[in-house]
Structure formats: structure tokens, C-alpha cells
Design a binder for this molecule. Structure first.
Ligand code: ADP
Length: 493
């Protein structure tokens, strides 16, 4: 199958979160299954620098000149095109936000351009001699591709993956006009969302198949609690909606070969994990006390991640034999809370505000317990990494966290099937109780070791999930022929 994979971030060229990890590893897994997959992403300056020998292709598009930089996804043979439009993408830093933390004012134009080029690629209007059977779109930044393709007589099948429904790409009506989108798209059954232009609706309405990144999240987003106002639409597309768990890049995230670790280790050399814990503590000047457990957290500091729940229990944590190491950035108020706590208690709490890939690896390896108290979590990757690294995750029972962590109930502990601690209500007291439970297990080294090893033994590779995506592409091709898109009158009922 020929697959065009379009994403606004692809690791290691640009990353703000899990979307980049998926975009950097799923295409390689599809390629390993024998498919001809190619990636299209914007040419941010960092991406150009990180790309291996990019080769400029100057192309003519709708009367104007366009440059694609042709390269490979680093470390693989997967072809990758960088859309080189300096006025739109030639900006350092976060790809969506200006340095003041606000969205770039021309985000709609930037990602409409990405969509238009993707559509031209699928029609081989750029003369590259390649036409995909399937276009795989990811999140709102690619949301205009499915509706624009719906005008093409010979379009490929379209799959749209929701990595996070909370980010929808909403813009005022004037933007819809400015983008000169076909007027027929301005209706509730297309791109209009309560008087605004919604990019994500383009994917949800017009794709042949929609999926999210875990089975639980696929169910949750059909409810008002998690549906972000789109649950009705998603329920109407239920027959085309599924959940496929994300895999991980098991080469980059392998504790036995991880170049960022002072002491790589595996399930049979788990005691070496402590060397990494010592290194992590040394980095922050935390005392190296074997009785004290290190709690780690890495991620965006936003309400979604339950950061406020952790902030609420900081005083309680100080009564326990634990140290806390936090890495992340996001909400300025949350950042300040952690900075204040670390300044007040430098021997117990350490924080790094910012983005630091090597440090994320060291925390995954050096912490004993990993915290992910998310309010919602489409899939979540850090709990997968932490299980692989023998670091016991504490997670909320929601979305992909519920699908990937087995709570340490007495039954599961007895059966050797417990891989973490799962709590349910999004309240500080329940998170604290989960920490108590984890520490009770931590005090029993044999039990603890078994929980660590259970997580390490799990297969979180892309093998299974990549095959599921191939199945989804086949369904999309079949569904397209059967007219299974709600934009198609045959499916509108
Ligand atoms: P989300 O995509 O919602 O941000 P995920 O758990 O799916 O959350 O993926 C987050 C990815 O980004 C993980 O690979 C995580 O290690 C990484 N990450 C998040 N914040 C940071 C940070 N401050 N420094 C380094 N890596 C980070």
C-alpha cells in the first residue's frame, strides 16, 4: 500500500509531545511491514537542521513556486518531505505558539497551506511520480485535508487519527473566508462549530475512518464528559471510529541500550537502575538515601495532566520518605508552584522547567515511581516508557492509562500481573492514597521487583498496532468505495 503520513511534528525533527513520537515511529513500523509510506511535515528551522542531507525540490504549485526538501526520517529509509515555506514555518521554537505563549496569529493559514500541499501531493500535481492509496492525517493541523480531498474525483482513502480531541484548531468565521475555503463547507455538517471554523471537524466529518490512540479514549470521546462538544458527531460516526493503542520506539526507549543512561540495565540487571537514580539525585543535589523513593513526572504542565492534583499534595508528600523530580513546561502558574516548592525544599523537590529529552530518559530510568494523574489521556506514552524502564507508574483510570497499566490489586499481585497503581477520582486525596499504596509495596523489595519486572516484560512495540493500522487503511479503502463517510449522502443517516 502507498501511504502518505501527514503530521505537524515528527520525532526527532520536531517534538512537543506524543504526536511526534508516534509520527516518528509508526511510519517506520509500516515500512517494515512492506508498505511504501512517506511523510509530509513543515520545514521548521530545527527540522531542517536535524534532517539528513535534505535535497531541495523546487516545484510549481497552482501558479506559485513551492519548495519541498526531500530527505529520510533519520535512522530509517522512510522518505520524508519537509514543506519549506519560510514565511509560514521558518520560526524557531514551539511550532504552534509564539514566544509569548499565545498561538501564532497565522496558524490557520500555516496549516491550511500544509493541507493544500498534501492534497496536491496525493494528486501528483507536484510531479513527483507518486500517488498514495491512503492519506493518514493526524490532529487538527491536518484537518483540512479530508474536506479538500472530498472535491477530488480520484482521491485516496483518508484516515484521521485523533491524538488529543481537546486541541481543535478553532478560528473565527473571517478566517474561513480569508482561507477561501469552498462555501459549501460552512455548515454544521462540515467545518462550522458554533459559529467558528473547526479544523478538527474536517477530519471527523470527512475521513473514511477515524481512530484515536487507545480503545478507552475512543469510547470516552463519545460522551459529553470527554467529547469536548464533539461527542454527538463522534457518536454519529461510531461505525467508522476505533481505538488503536500507540506503540513506542523500542530502540530509542530501551533501558538496556539507552545512551542517555549512565548505567543501562534490563530485567536481569535491575539493581543497576539504582546507579541511574544516584545520577539523577546528584544532578539535583538530592541526598542518596536508599530508603527514600524517587517520584518522577515528565510532561506538559497543563490541567489535562493532573498537575494541579500533584501540587495540592506537595505538603503531604513532604511527610513521606520520598523525593520528587519534575520536568516539564506549560501553564506559568503551575511552573511557578513547582519552582517555589523546589526553592523551599531543595533536598526533597527538584524541578526543571523546559524541554529536555536526555533528562526525560534519566528520570524514566532513575525514578522509582512515575506519576501520571491525568484528567484525560488519549494514550499517554510516559507510562509505557516507565513500565519498560521498571519504574512503577501511578496513573488515573482513564483513556490509554486504563488500557495499559494493571493495578496492583492483591489478586494481580498474586498472579504476577500487576504493573502499576491505578486510582480513579481526579481528586488530590486519591492521588495521595495511590502514593501510600505504592510506598507500601516499595517497602517489600520482592513484591516491588515483581511489579517492576511485570511492566518490563510487556510488549509495547509497534508490531501489533502497526498491523492494526494496515487493517484500518484497508477498511478506509473499502469504506470509501462503499461511501462510508458522513459527508457522503449514503452514510448521512
Ligand atoms: P502528550 O502528547 O499529551 O504531551 P504523551 O505522554 O503522549 O503526552 O507524550 C509526551 C511525550 O513528550 C513523551 O515522549 C515525553 O517524554 C515527552 N515530553 C513531554 N514533556 C517533556 C519535557 N519537558 N522534556 C522532555 N520530554 C518531554
Amino acid at each position: 500500500m502507498k501511504i502518505l503520513f501527514v503530521s505537524s511534528e515528527v520525532f526527532p525533527l520536531m517534538k512537543t509531545g506524543g504526536l511526534a513520537d508516534v509520527s516518528g515511529s509508526l511510519p517506520a513500523a509500516l515500512s517494515a511491514l512492506g508498505h511504501d509510506v512517506r511523510i509530509l511535515m513543515p520545514a521548521y528551522p530545527e527540522a531542517i537542521s536535524a534532517a539528513e542531507t535534505p535535497n531541495a525540490l523546487s516545484l510549481r504549485q497552482a501558479g506559485s513556486q513551492l519548495t519541498l526538501l526531500s530527505t529520510r526520517l533519520p535512522g530509517t529509509t522512510v522518505p520524508l518531505w519537509l514543506l519549506d515555506a519560510p514565511a509560514s514555518f521558518g520560526r524557531f521554537g514551539n511550532p504552534y505558539l509564539a514566544p509569548n505563549g499565545a498561538p501564532w496569529p497565522d496558524n490557520a493559514e500555516r496549516f491550511a497551506l500544509l493541507a493544500r500541499v498534501a492534497v496536491d501531493l496525493t494528486q501528483d500535481r507536484l510531479g513527483l511520480g507518486w500517488k498514495p492509496d491512503v492519506v493518514h492525517c493526524n490532529d487538527w493541523q491536518t484537518g483540512l485535508i479530508p474536506p479538500l480531498l472530498s472535491d477530488e474525483p480520484n482521491r485516496p482513502a483518508v484516515v484521521f487519527t485523533v491524538h488529543n480531541l481537546a486541541y481543535q484548531g478553532l478560528f473565527p468565521y473571517e478566517t474561513f473566508q480569508r482561507l477561501a475555503l469552498p462555501p459549501r463547507l460552512w455548515k454544521m455538517e462540515a467545518l462550522e462549530f458554533y459559529g467558528q471554523l473547526s479544523f478538527i471537524k474536517g477530519g471527523l466529518v470527512f475521513a473514511d475512518r477515524i481512530n484515536t490512540v487507545s480503545p478507552s479514549y475512543a469510547e470516552e470521546i463519545q460522551t459529553p464528559e470527554f467529547g469536548c462538544g464533539l461527542d454527538g458527531l463522534l457518536r454519529s460516526r461510531k461505525s467508522c471510529l476505533s481505538g488503536i493503542l500507540n506503540g513506542i520506539d523500542d530502540v530509542a526507549w530501551n533501558p538496556a541500550t539507552d545512551p542517555y543512561l549512565p548505567a543501562p540495565y534490563g530485567p536481569d540487571t535491575l539493581e543497576r537502575k539504582k546507579v541511574n537514580r544516584t545520577a539523577l539525585r546528584q544532578r539535583y543535589g538530592l541526598p542518596d538515601d536508599p530508603e527514600v523513593a524517587v517520584l518522577g513526572m515528565v510532561g506538559r504542565m497543563v490541567e489535562q495532566k493532573g498537575v494541579d492534583l500533584l501540587i495540592d499534595i506537595l505538603d503531604d508528600l513532604l511527610q513521606l520518605p520520598v523525593q520528587l523530580v519534575v520536568l516539564g513546561s506549560g501553564d506559568k502558574e503551575f511552573e511557578r508552584c513547582f519552582e517555589r516548592a523546589a526553592a523551599a525544599c531543595p533536598e526533597r523537590i527538584a524541578v526543571t522547567i523546559g524541554y529536555d529529552e536526555p533528562l526525560a530518559h534519566l528520570i524514566e530510568a532513575g525514578a522509582d515511581i512515575f506519576l501520571m494523574p491525568s484528567r484525560f489521556e488519549p494514550c499517554g506514552l510516559n507510562q509505557l516508557y516507565s513500565q519498560r524502564y521498571g519504574t512503577v507508574p501511578i496513573v488515573r483510570k482513564v483513556g490509554g492509562l486504563a488500557d495499559t497499566v494493571e493495578d496492583a490489586t492483591p489478586e494481580r499481585l498474586a498472579a504476577g500481573q500487576a504493573s502499576g497503581i491505578v486510582f480513579e477520582p481526579a481528586k488530590p486525596a486519591f492521588l495521595l492514597e495511590a502514593v501510600y499504596r505504592a510506598l507500601a509495596l516499595y517497602r517489600e523489595p520482592e513484591v516491588w521487583r515483581a511489579v517492576c519486572k511485570c511492566g518490563m516484560a510487556k510488549d509495547f512495540s509497534w508490531r501489533k498496532s502497526a498491523s492494526r493500522y494496515v487493517g484500518l487503511y484497508r477498511e478506509a479503502l473499502a469504506g470509501m468505495n462503499a461511501g462510508c463517510s458522513i459527508a457522503d449522502p449514503r452514510c448521512a443517516a
